[in-house]
Design a protein around this ligand. Structure first.
Ligand code: BGC
Length: 727
């Protein structure tokens, strides 16, 4: 790997101990402990919580060590540092990469002003299993959406120049497959074929490596038996050699030590040896210093050691740390400013999804409102993976009272989040009786999603479902506002609730955003980034599943009749022998891409610039243009999300039923028409072929159908043929 003269000069001067110091990041909350380790040569620390404390540590590194190498300062800045934006899953629901980039840039500006230079975000783990609590940290079930949002986040964090004041190094994590843990249990086994790995899990990483992501984090899981911290094939052969990744591969917290309980390493020295040999560059947790130095020097190949150190030093150089190791303490941002709050509010509003609406929303100047449910007065809107210094949110009640000073806003929580106590429901119902509308604010508190927060039951916890049903039964106009960090199972109440707004965990400004949405100041035009299952028994669940040989067209039924398949074959009982559950309707409760808004739109018939294109032309970079006119047929301005899916009619492997390849969220004034166009080329039509010795990303000639529309259920088809004719 090529590196600068400065890096080469330092490398030539460094002792093995100094080199090893650069390859670790250690959790040390106490400043004195950290200083001592830095004097010993430690090259990276977790953020010590202020610009002043960071400068003090940098001073030790720069002034009290032989070579004066500055520190990398790492932190999980996941959806905000001081100003907290919506959780990443919610950001994905915005279908707006622009707002994701702006939020990441804001987070980077706030974090770097305090001395942070390295974030462990974005999380690109594609997941089809909402039991897994970490779905909140990612962008959902879709490969393309995850790639686009991941790329936007990386650009937002890193900008064009990592050394600028508003930039920090991004980390794409968790490499790889972590989103597919068996049973949805965090840290559990992953077994994925090369086909699945290439076409699903690796793809977003490939895309952000192309985007210039500075680092990649190894995942806790195994892939086909090999823990990712020891996976040479994926860390080195694919990520570094095939993709040419020149950044830093960091381990996850104690991921190297975890090779022992994984039972693949004899002892810690063995674990350290395996992981660096596999391609790890920085260990997180301090394992190398817990083993005998003699063992270690012998364990790590000198060329590998130098390569890892060069990657770390090059990152420090790109961040400008050799020239400007300190931050301006007087310029540290410690609280959101007005613009930051406005951005967070807009992002929270754009991330919300209108799951259902009987016309109750937007509310028309209500005079008497009842707020009920545990989220009515709660301030738990920040969501998983925020730190204690994130700016707190206020309650929906406070925000609504401020927005409607003349209205009578009553609060009767009815139930708590988790407890099995429904005794407050009658009081809520009594309070509802003289109100124009009831807003039922329910959800999963943020501790129920995130790391180590898998759930086996995805219904609203406690007695919240009882509250929804009881309120809805009054016949008073009812709106359910949901806040949660994962898709929920809503089957127990969804048919009773006529209007449901999915607000997720929206961050510092969530409450004001929710109020703005309820009153129609903002448009809830997001779309679901993950399917909502009917029941946990249906999981894993995704719209892009492979075509089976026996696709079902209806759900099953429980019957006692038996069919004599041995004599007649399956044909005479066709509907039975299809891929489905006997006790469930087909498909999810709400599919990926579902959502509407307050405005209404009509779409023209989609047009393609050419109906055929040769494979050779695609290889040479040619593409077709897909165009559609969208008309806002309503009397209010609004946002439409146009989604394009591809269906591959015949391929060499069973293709996904549909696959998202492009989308666009556009603002259209009332009564106006806008043309939306998409470029469809090889990047959209190709998939990874994994049958040969080397995986190949290529378009297969044949017939495709492009499905264009505002949700999966409302698309229009247009045919495209890729011919084999040479140019
Ligand atoms: C998580 C990572 C995180 C790291 C450092 C781990 O437990 O898996 O995503 O970056 O901790 O906080």
């Amino acid at each position: 790997m090529a590196h600068s003269e400065r890096v080469a000069r330092l490398l030539a001067q460094m002792t093995p101990t100094e080199k090893l110091g650069q390859l670790q990041i250690i959790f040390r909350p106490k400043q004195e402990d950290a200083e001592e380790l830095i004097r010993r040569g430690l090259g990276a620390v977790f953020w010590p919580r202020s610009a002043t404390a960071t400068n003090a540590l940098q001073r030790v590194a720069v002034e009290q060590t032989r070579l004066g190498i500055p520190l990398l300062v790492g932190l999980d800045v996941v959806h905000g540092q001081r100003t907290i934006g919506p959780v990443p899953l919610a950001q994905a629901a915005s279908f707006d990469p622009g707002i994701v980039e702006q939020l990441a840039h804001l987070a980077a500006t706030e974090a770097r002003s305090g001395g942070v230079t390295w974030t462990f975000s974005p999380m690109l783990d594609v997941s089809r299993d909402p039991r897994w609590g970490r779905v909140v940290e990612g962008f959902g079930e879709d490969v393309h959406l995850t790639s686009v949002m991941g790329g936007a986040m990386v650009r937002g964090y890193q900008g064009v120049d990592l050394s600028s004041p508003g930039a920090i190094a991004a980390t794409a994590k968790h490499f790889v497959g972590y989103g597919q843990p068996e049973g949805g249990r965090d840290y559990n086994t992953v077994d994925a074929s090369p086909h699945r790995l290439r076409n699903v899990h690796l793809e977003p990483f490939r895309s952000v490596v192309d985007e210039g992501a500075a680092s990649v984090m190894a995942a806790f899981n195994t892939v086909a038996g090999i823990p990712m911290h020891a996976h040479h094939g994926l860390l080195t052969d694919v990520l570094k050699s095939e993709w040419g990744f020149e950044g830093v591969v960091v381990g996850d917290a104690d991921g190297v030590r975890n090779l022992l309980p994984h039972r693949v390493a004899e002892d810690l020295a063995d674990a350290v040896r395996m992981s660096f040999a596999a391609g790890l560059d920085v260990e997180m947790g301090g394992a190398p210093w817990d083993i005998d130095e003699g063992d270690l020097a012998a364990a790590i190949d000198p060329a590998r050691l130098d390569d890892a150190v060069a990657r770390v030093l090059s990152l420090k150089e790109r961040l400008g740390l050799f020239d400007r190791p300190y931050v301006d303490e007087s310029a540290e941002i410690t609280a959101p400013n007005v613009a930051a709050r406005a951005l967070a509010r807009r992002a929270a509003a754009r991330s919300s999804v209108l799951l259902k609406n009987d016309g109750t929303l937007p509310l028309a100047a209500p005079e008497r409102v009842l707020l009920t449910g545990p989220y009515a007065e709660s301030t738990d809107h920040l969501g998983a993976w925020t730190q204690s210094f994130g700016a707190p949110a206020r309650s929906i009640t406070d925000a609504l009272r401020e927005r409607l000073p003349a209205a009578q806003v009553r609060v009767e929580p009815g139930v708590g989040f988790l407890d099995d106590d429904a005794s407050g429901i009658p009081a809520a119902i009594a309070a509802a009786s003289d109100c124009d509308v009831v807003i039922v604010c329910v959800g999963e508190p943020s501790t129920l999603s995130g790391e180590a927060a898998s759930r086996s039951d995805l219904r609203l916890p406690g007695r919240q479902e009882d509250l929804i049903r009881a309120v809805a039964a009054t016949g008073i106009p009812t709106v359910v506002v949901l806040e949660n960090g994962r898709p929920l199972v809503v089957a127990g109440w969804i048919d009773h609730a006529p209007t449901v707004l999915e607000a997720w965990h929206g961050g510092t400004e969530a409450a004001d955003a929710i109020v703005a949405l309820l009153l129609g100041d903002e448009e809830p035009a997001g779309r679901l980034p993950m399917s909502f299952p009917r029941t946990v028994g249906q999981i894993p669940l995704d719209y892009a599943h492979e075509n089976t040989g026996r696709p079902a067209t209806t759900g099953g039924s429980m019957t006692t009749e038996s069919a004599d398949i041995g004599l007649h074959g399956p044909d005479n009982v066709q509907e039975k022998y299809t891929s489905k559950y006997l006790d469930l309707d087909l498909g999810p409760q709400f599919a990926f891409g579902h959502g509407s808004g307050y405005a209404a739109f009509s779409h023209s018939i989609p047009r393609l610039s050419a109906a055929t294109l040769s494979a050779a032309a695609l290889d040479a970079g040619d593409a077709v243009t897909l165009e559609i006119d969208v008309t806002n047929t309503s009397s209010r301005d609004g946002d439409e999300v146009v989604q394009v899916y591809v269906e591959d009619l015949v391929a060499s492997v069973a293709p996904p039923v549909r696959r998202l390849i492009a989308f666009s969220r556009i603002r259209i004034a009332a009564g106006a028409t806008s043309a939306v166009s998409f470029t469809i080329g090889s990047e959209q039509l190709a998939f990874w072929h994994t049958r040969g010795a080397a995986a190949e990303f290529a378009v297969e000639p044949g017939r495709f159908v492009l499905h264009v529309g505002s949700t999966l259920a409302s698309t229009q088809p247009v045919d495209l043929e890729v011919t084999e004719a040479r140019l």
